[in-house]
Design a binder for this molecule. Structure first.
Ligand SMILES: Cc1cc2nc3c(=O)[nH]c(=O)nc-3n(C[C@H](O)[C@H](O)[C@H](O)COP(=O)(O)OP(=O)(O)OC[C@H]3O[C@@H](n4cnc5c(N)ncnc54)[C@H](O)[C@@H]3O)c2cc1C
Length: 484
């Protein structure tokens, strides 16, 4: 049955990851199409099992959304339960003509939406999805020759940048919201225990903070981004990830503000904005990979690597999780994650390489741990980052790129400021030894109050030896695949 949505009496806007009022396509379109709109957030199993940092970011977003809708004459409707049942109950309660929402790239959420869509349509109601999480969706940027999805970033980026003119501007501001007269429902409570997570330094969510963080970065940070972005000890990145992941910042808003900053810059001053745009394109790239190749949610992008052997026992994974591997950069990064719910990108790459290629632990163990700890946990980006690091993904670099944690540490944190901040045992270790404290002579260890094997662990593995082992493990798989 084909429904005419224009002039509907009421529409439901099911808000999943668009925790904002402005530049929110499903909400804006529903307000255009219906007399009243019911903005709905469902507190489901995904909320209850999300990491504590992520739950807090969602709650920030909901609080602000509630206040913003209220100030525009509207209301946020909160319901708890299994989404399909809640949607149908809400359709009955409001008599709405249908449901508007943003489309998903995650395979299991797409399946869920497909199922709900079928039952909504079977009930004679309308279901409409909008592209709002990325600037282009997985069907828009395809190879010219074969109309197939890109699997290599550079080719994707070239095609993506050639289409920038097509990116629509942010939506006009919403100034008034008309809602049906039903009960608003209760705000959820945080349900995951804190552990060692420190709430006073956590990423703070919400639409106002998202826009503020964007402006702050474009004013103070973007110029030097290309140089500063690889220095975890400096505050050189945008810290927008949890806003983009929870939708408290719209991607069109971010893109156009960046384009404006870039247009005002001349010559070399463009390098920062251009490097930043690259990262936003990586974000788009990984979303289209997940949508076009849903098997990556479970296994290797290149299926041959599903035959990789991951011979290590769990005790290594525990040392990695706790930040007690004896490699300062790995330990600092993992402690940053555990206490703040965020980790710098360079460090994400280092710890992911270390887990998979030094400790030989399956990348999915790390992927799962990140999702349990991050405030910005995003399946598309997390999966892409882990597969890139493990060498199982769509990476132009060969699988035998293996990060040396000590060299990485010297390069990205030369003075050891980041290491000292997160690993207090190393606070008094001289700069000369900070990246490899196990090389400190005993007298220096005693003076620094950092005896290896006592105050700070002995390295859990020998990098050179494990590197050789990794090359062997991967080579076995690659040669096996070739001989098939
Ligand atoms: C193993 C691994 C796991 C990751 N897991 C996640 C995750 O769950 N959620 C997440 O948002 N990011 C993830 N990333 C990407 C990246 O580390 C974070 O987006 C970034 O560190 C967030 O900080 P920022 O906002 O200050 O980044 P900035 O450097 O300021 O970048 C701006 C934005 O661009 C996007 N971006 C930046 N780097 C990447 C990248 N390498 N790949 C794709 N998009 C990128 C993000 O949306 C980010 O907010 C992961 C990377 C790796 C290597």
């Amino acid at each position: 049955m084909k429904l005419n949505i224009r002039n509907a009496d009421t529409l439901i806007v099911w808000i999943r990851r668009e925790l904002r009022v402005q530049d929110h396509l499903a909400l804006w379109s529903a307000l255009e199409d219906a007399r009243t709109v019911a903005p709905l957030y469902i507190i489901d199993g995904a909320f209850r099992t999300a990491s504590r940092p992520r739950q807090l970011v969602i709650l920030d977003g909901l609080e602000e959304l509630k206040a913003a809708l209220h100030s525009l004459g509207g209301r946020l409707f909160l319901r708890t339960g299994e989404p399909e049942a809640v949607i149908h109950a809400m359709l009955r309660e409001t008599g709405a003509a249908g449901v508007y929402c943003t489309n998903e790239s995650q395979p299991e959420l797409r399946c869920r939406d497909q199922q709900i869509r079928s039952s909504v349509e079977a009930a004679g109601k309308l279901w409409k999805e909008f592209k709002d999480r990325t600037l282009f969706d997985e069907r828009e940027i395809l190879s010219k020759s074969r109309s197939e999805p890109f699997t290599v970033f550079t080719a994707y980026k070239n095609a993506w940048t050639s289409r920038q003119e097509e990116i629509p501007p942010p939506l006009p501001f919403i100034t008034h919201v008309r809602v049906p007269d039903i009960t608003p429902g209760e705000m959820p409570a945080v349900s995951v225990p804190a552990g060692i997570f420190r709430e006073q330094v956590r990423p703070v969510g919400g639409e106002r903070e998202g826009v503020r963080a964007l402006k702050r970065f474009l004013r103070n940070g973007v110029d030097g981004y290309h140089e500063e972005r690889d220095r975890p000890g400096n505050d050189g990145t945008s810290r927008l990830s949890h806003h983009l992941a929870s939708g408290s910042l719209g991607i069109r808003t971010a893109y156009h503000a960046l384009a404006e900053a870039s247009a005002q810059a001349r010559g070399l001053a463009r390098q920062g904005p251009e490097a930043f745009l690259d990262e936003l394109i990586w974000r788009e790239f990984y979303h289209q990979i997940l949508a076009n190749f849903p098997h990556v949610a479970e296994g290797a992008f290149k299926p041959a690597f599903d035959r990789l052997d991951w011979p290590t026992d769990r005790s290594y994974a525990e040392a990695w999780q706790n930040g007690s591997t004896g490699y300062p950069i790995v330990d600092a990064a993992m402690r940053q994650l555990n206490t703040e719910g965020w980790m710098h990108n360079r460090c994400r790459m280092i710890v992911a390489s270390f887990l998979t290629k030094d400790l030989h632990v399956d990348w999915r163990v790390g992927e799962g741990y990140f999702m349990r700890m991050l405030a910005d946990g995003d399946v598309a980006l997390n999966n892409g980052g882990w597969q890139w690091s493990a060498g199982t993904g769509n990476d132009a670099q060969p699988w035998f790129r293996i990060f040396n944690p000590t060299l990485q540490s010297k390069k990205c944190d030369p003075e050891g400021a980041y290491l000292r901040r997160y690993v207090p045992e190393l606070a008094r270790v001289p700069a000369k030894y900070i990246h490899e404290p196990w090389t400190m002579p005993p007298s220096v260890q005693a003076e620094a109050g950092c005896r290896i094997g006592r105050e700070y662990p002995t390295p859990i593995v020998d990098h050179a030896r494990e590197r050789a082992r990794t090359l062997e493990l991967y080579a076995n798989v690659v040669s096996g695949a070739r001989s098939r």
